[in-house]
Design a protein around this ligand. Structure first.
Ligand code: UDP
Ligand code: MG
Length: 331
C-alpha cells in the first residue's frame, strides 16, 4: 500500500555499484547489459537522467581495469573506483556505496557476473517509491549452486540464526539502499563490516524482492573456499586473525586425539593391562588440554578483533576514481 508521505517521493538518481575482481571475461558484457537496463529505466521515467553504473575494481590482476577504462572513455554512464589492492567483496561494495551516496538518491549493489537478475531492478525501485529505505534481494532457489555450496550456505544461515544474528537467509548483497540509509551506514566506524549482518540491524522501513539466480556465463567464481570461509568467520566474530584461529584448530585436533586416546585406554583398561589410575588421568589431562586450547582460540578470535579495531586502519584505499558529467543519460 502506498501511503501519503511516501508516494510523494521523487524519481531517484540510481547508481549501480558493481564490485569486480578478475572479471575480464564478463565485464564488457556486464557493462553493456547494465547500461542498457539503466537507459531503459531512464526512458521509462523510473530513474532520473544522470544515473550511473559505478564499477569498483577490487585490485584485479587481469585486464579488468583496462576494459573498464575503455568502457568509461566511450560512455559517461560508467564511473570507476579502482582500489589500491584486493580488499575483498565486502570492502569493495562499501567503497562503492560510500562514493555513490554523494551523487545518488538510491544505490543498488549487484555482482559483476550477471548472475543476479537485473530485471529485478524495477521491483527494487517500486519498493523504494513505496517508502522502503532498504530493499533486500532474495534468491528464489539455489539450483545454480553445487551441492557443497548449497548445503554449507544453508547450514551457515541456520548457525548464524542460532547465534542470534539476523542475517537474511539467501540474501547476498544484491540490495537497494537509499541515501538516508547509506548516510546512516557511514556512521558505523568499525573496521570489520559484515554488511549482511549489520544492515538488518539498522532499522528503517525495508522490503524484499525475490529474483532468480543464473549460472555464471563466463569466468569462474571469485569466491574461493578460503574467501567463503573468511566471510563466514567474519560474520560470526566480525573479524579474523589467522594465528589465533590456528590455536582453535589445534585445540580441536587435540580434542579429537584425546577422544581416540580415551577409547584406546578404555579398551586397555577393559583388558586389564593398566596400572590403576592411569586411564582416568590420561583422559582428564587430554580432554582438558584440548578444551582449554580450543576455548583460548575462540577468545583469541575476539581479542584479535579488538586489536584490529584499535588500529583504526582504513577499510579500503582508493587508487583512482573516474566520474564524468553525463549531460544526457537517456541517449
Ligand atoms: N569480488 C570482489 N572481490 C573479491 C572477490 C569477489 O570484488 O575478492 C566480486 C566479484 O567480481 C563479483 C562478486 O564479488 O562481482 C561476487 O563474486 P562471485 O560471483 O565470484 O561469487 P559467487 O557468485 O560465486 O558467490
Ligand atoms: Mg557470482
Amino acid at each position: 500500500m502506498i501511503d501519503m508521505e511516501s508516494s510523494a517521493r521523487e524519481i531517484p538518481v540510481l547508481y549501480l555499484v558493481v564490485p569486480c575482481y578478475n572479471e575480464e571475461e564478463m565485464i564488457e558484457r556486464s557493462a553493456q547489459v547494465m547500461s542498457d537496463k539503466l537507459r531503459r529505466l531512464m526512458k521509462e521515467g523510473k530513474v532520473k537522467a544522470g544515473s550511473k553504473v559505478m564499477f569498483v575494481n577490487d585490485g584485479s590482476k587481469d585486464n579488468t581495469l583496462k576494459l573498464l577504462h575503455k568502457a568509461a572513455e566511450k560512455d559517461a554512464i560508467f564511473s570507476i573506483i579502482s582500489l589500491a589492492g584486493n580488499y575483498g567483496h565486502q570492502s569493495a561494495i562499501l567503497a562503492g556505496m560510500m562514493m555513490a551516496r554523494k551523487y545518488a538518491d538510491v544505490v543498488v549493489t549487484i555482482d559483476a557476473d550477471l548472475q543476479q537478475d537485473i530485471e529485478a531492478l524495477d521491483n527494487f525501485l517500486t519498493c523504494y517509491m513505496n517508502g522502503s529505505e532498504i530493499v533486500y534481494g532474495i534468491r528464489n532457489d539455489r539450483s545454480s549452486d553445487n551441492i557443497f555450496k548449497k548445503t554449507t550456505a544453508l547450514a551457515y544461515y541456520k548457525f548464524m540464526h542460532m547465534l542470534g544474528s539476523n542475517v537474511i537467509t539467501n540474501h547476498a548483497d544484491y540490495r537497494l539502499m537509499s541515501k538516508k540509509a547509506l548516510d546512516a551506514l557511514s556512521e558505523y566506524q568499525e573496521t570489520n563490516l559484515f554488511l549482511r549482518g549489520l544492515i538488518p540491524t539498522m532499522g528503517f522501513p525495508s522490503d524484499v524482492v525475490y529474483f532468480d539466480v543464473k549460472e555464471r556465463e563466463a569466468g569462474h567464481s571469485k569466491y574461493t573456499l578460503s574467501k567463503m570461509f573468511t566471510l563466514a568467520m567474519d560474520g560470526i566474530t566480525s573479524m579474523s586473525v589467522r594465528p589465533l584461529r590456528m590455536i582453535a584448530g589445534l585445540g580441536f585436533i587435540v580434542c579429537l586425539f584425546s577422544i581416540a586416546m580415551c577409547i584406546f585406554s578404555l579398551v586397555d583398561w577393559a583388558g586389564g593391562n593398566t596400572v590403576p589410575g592411569y586411564t582416568t588421568s590420561i583422559i582428564v589431562s587430554l580432554m582438558m588440554g584440548g578444551i582449554t586450547l580450543f576455548s583460548l582460540g575462540i577468545i583469541g578470535e575476539y581479542i584479535g578483533k579488538i586489536y584490529m579495531e584499535t588500529k583504526k586502519r582504513p577499510r579500503y584505499i582508493i587508487d583512482t576514481f573516474v566520474w564524468k558529467e553525463d549531460d544526457n543519460g537517456t541517449a
